[in-house]
Design a protein around this ligand. Sequence first.
Ligand SMILES: Cc1ncc(COP(=O)(O)O)c(C=O)c1O
Length: 462
Amino acid sequence: MGYKDIYDRFISAIHRGDLKPGERAPSIRSLAQELGVAKKTVESAYDILIGEGYLVSRGPRGTVVNPDLVIDSAYWNQSPTRLEDPDLRTVVDLRDTRGFFQLGIPSLDEFPYKKWLLLSGKAVRSMTYEDMNYPPVMGHLPLRQAIANYLSISRGVNCTADQVFITNGYNSSLRLILEAMASSSDKVVFEEPGYFFGQKLLERRGQNLHYAPVDSEGVNVDFLETHHNDAKLVIITPSHQSPLTVSLSLPRRHQLLNWAQERRAWVIEDDYDGEFHFSRKNIPSLKSLDVFDRVIYVGTFSKTIMPSLRTAYVVIPKALIPQFYETAEIVETGLPLLPQRILESFISSGAFFKHLKRMRSLYESRRRMVRDAFIEIYGDFFDMPLQNGGMHIVAFLKHGAQDRELCHIWQSHNLQVLPLSMCYAQKKHRKYGLVIGYTNIKSKQEAISALRLPYQQTLELL
Ligand SMILES: Cc1ncc(COP(=O)(O)O)c(C=O)c1O
């Protein structure tokens, strides 16, 4: 019996009402004895159940079913909605299920909750009648100011608060940009491979969508010059390419900016995890080199703080400010004010910088530890080169193309890895492998135990 079986038993017992909110769960030791498994196995199941909010640890007083848990009895009887598109099914599963190796999630165990709680309390207590009115559609001005300050210090982006628009995530940033500046017939170039959700959004919009290949120096700018001189927008991830994690080389950065200026194209820089670069030299953003003001910079707090905050931002070139204001007034509604005020005080108090610094060194060590564990077990089947940064690692299959089948197996063990091939829109350039998030793995032992779960099935498949 593995931790997943124990996890499943708890979930069904809780949903069936056999275990009620507030009721005590057995101690790890006694349950391990009862089931004849290692303490670690029960501990892993409890960790996930606690992380998902089903159980609450009361320290020495043991673990109980979360007293605030609301159980929907219809849950158990409903049949899950079936998605036809296998690509979407994998990703929707990924977004909905929490598990080991989940991609792009910050180390939630290390978040400074006490500080956040303190600042939240202060923000709530200082609410005024004014704060209960409609929030500004471009975002809370002090937060926009704090982001502008942060970006100029940390990412070399010189901008003023009126260039910063707050959105509720990457998709909403991209939708705002497209709404403000592109009709569906305008040519948009996306990276190949690239960020799955961005690609799907553009496809769904019926955008005139094309691709530019990525190699070890990032997106191939020669290819852009040869094939896409008429592009209006180019969407790239220069700091750590998504998903390959390579950084766009300096010569290519200059080549791209000159090209954009010459062709009157706009570059969207998606700097989703640029903060987490581990080589001695911190990587500056592409925007910091943008003397022509052709780069629209997109950032998010999903990676630096927490995804549930649903807060991201766009930095608009000065020439585009009026058309963005006009668009936002019509298509945006603004974000809830309170979380914006909490976030603003988190940044302005210095807690954000402190947190980033801690996370940078934590991620560097967790990344190496997960890689070592992976190579120890699966080194015969995969190459796993480490780039200079990023919140995930790519394991390339040495032979074969069965990364999707492999992911289905791994996901059945609650290992939420992503097939690399899914990030390619076109078959001809496709590479195969696993994209693995490492940030929430706390020890090498934990990594090894999790990685061993699908070992036999992986061997049989490969
Ligand atoms: C390439 C890329 N861009 C942007 C984002 C940020 O998305 P959001 O701000 O919606 O959380 C992610 C998150 O995983 C990502 O992988």
